[in-house]
Design a protein around this ligand. Structure first.
Ligand code: SAM
Length: 238
């Protein structure tokens, strides 16, 4: 006999997928969302490549990416704090960044947008030196050996970031994962890259820069509730 719990659970799941479908459809109508096909990206036919400032943001201001933006808290809040900078949140999950895109439209924020794609394609989506800075906010640390290739600070990803970043452009990594923090620091030291700032507890006594502590993401709030320390690294390539 089918239990009440199972019925409620199925009901909950179907409401969840209806919401997702609604968000996917809405994303298609949002002027601040770009959802290129893989073919478009791989055939080099995406007209925005090399032209994100001029064609998407309609200005020549600096371009900052947030990789794995989730609901887009960093992109949206940084866009409010720095109206002279363009922010682009990137995530494969459109139903998540729908929240950020909707907020940006409701609040008339013209310097923030969202791109639905795999981060693995980042060097196909942007020209060399097109990006000023990159934020990586609470990435999955991908601890299991088989998942290493998906870790957003492994050396393959770093090579892609190096390619698209302007010389001297910062990468910011904010994470609750001591593993990810230590792994990334170790890798950067080994490569001889320039670590500008590193903190193992950004809300601790000597604190971290305002952009690090003033904005909290959805995942961050959950980690803080269970007492986890939040770490931060800012680095640039030689
Ligand atoms: C743990 S969540 C963090 C979300 C958000 N930054 C936050 O702090 O609330 C990681 C996010 O990265 C996205 N993501 C992970 N790997 C990705 C990839 N290779 N390409 C695109 N998105 C990815 C996931 O879809 C997810 O939304």
């Amino acid at each position: 006999m089918i239990s009440l719990f199972r019925i409620l659970n199925l009901e909950f799941k179907s409401v969840g997928s209806k919401n997702k479908l609604r968000r996917f459809k809405e994303n298609e109508t949002f002027a601040n969302v770009v959802q290129p096909s893989r073919e478009e990206v791989m055939n080099d036919s995406l007209k925005l490549k090399g032209n994100w400032r001029k064609k998407f943001f309609k200005n020549e201001n600096p371009l900052v990416l947030e990789l794995g933006c989730g609901k887009g808290e960093y992109s949206v809040n940084l866009s409010k704090a720095y109206p002279e900078v363009n922010f682009l949140g990137i995530d494969i999950k459109g139903a998540r960044f729908w929240r950020g895109a909707k907020t940006a439209l409701e609040e008339d924020l013209n310097n923030v947008g969202f791109l639905r794609t795999q981060i693995e394609l980042v060097d196909e989506l942007f020209e060399e030196n097109e990006v000023d800075e990159i934020w990586i906010t609470f990435p999955d640390p991908q601890i299991k050996y088989k998942r290493t290739k998906h870790r957003l600070t492994n050396s393959e990803f770093l090579d892609k970031y190096r390619k698209i970043l302007k010389p001297g452009g910062f990468v910011h990594l904010k994470t609750d994962s001591e593993f990810m923090h230590g792994y990334t620091l170790g890798l950067l030291h080994g490569l001889g890259e320039k670590i500008e700032y590193a903190h193992h507890d950004v809300y601790g006594s000597d604190g971290a820069p305002a952009a690090v502590t003033n904005i909290q993401t959805y995942y961050e709030q959950q980690y803080l509730e269970v007492g986890k320390k939040i770490t931060y690294i800012r680095f640039k390539f030689r």
